[in-house]
Design a protein around this ligand. Structure first.
Ligand SMILES: [Zn+2]
Length: 80
């Protein structure tokens, strides 16, 4: 199943790739690798509905500090 045949922004071709996604919830940040459709031309990413649901679950956990199952990989800094 493909969400789109062509990119809605530039009309480019999509390929399925594994991409790194950064999610934020509250003051916490999580990085995960997910499959996405990526436009070869402009780099637009499209995620499947179940992936978006997964993002929401992770954001919720970040917001509520329910991060016991996540592996810490260092600190995140804000640079002004
Ligand atoms: Zn595009």
């Amino acid at each position: 199943m493909r969400l789109f045949e062509k990119c809605p922004i530039c009309g480019g071709e999509f390929v399925q790739k594994e991409v790194e996604k950064v999610l934020k919830g509250g003051s916490n940040t999580a990085i995960l690798r997910v499959k996405a459709e990526v436009c070869l031309h402009c780099g637009e990413r499209l995620y499947r509905p179940e992936t978006l649901t997964h993002f929401e679950e992770i954001r919720e956990k970040l917001t509520t500090e329910d991060v016991g199952e996540f592996e810490p990989i260092g600190k995140t800094y804000q640079v002004a």
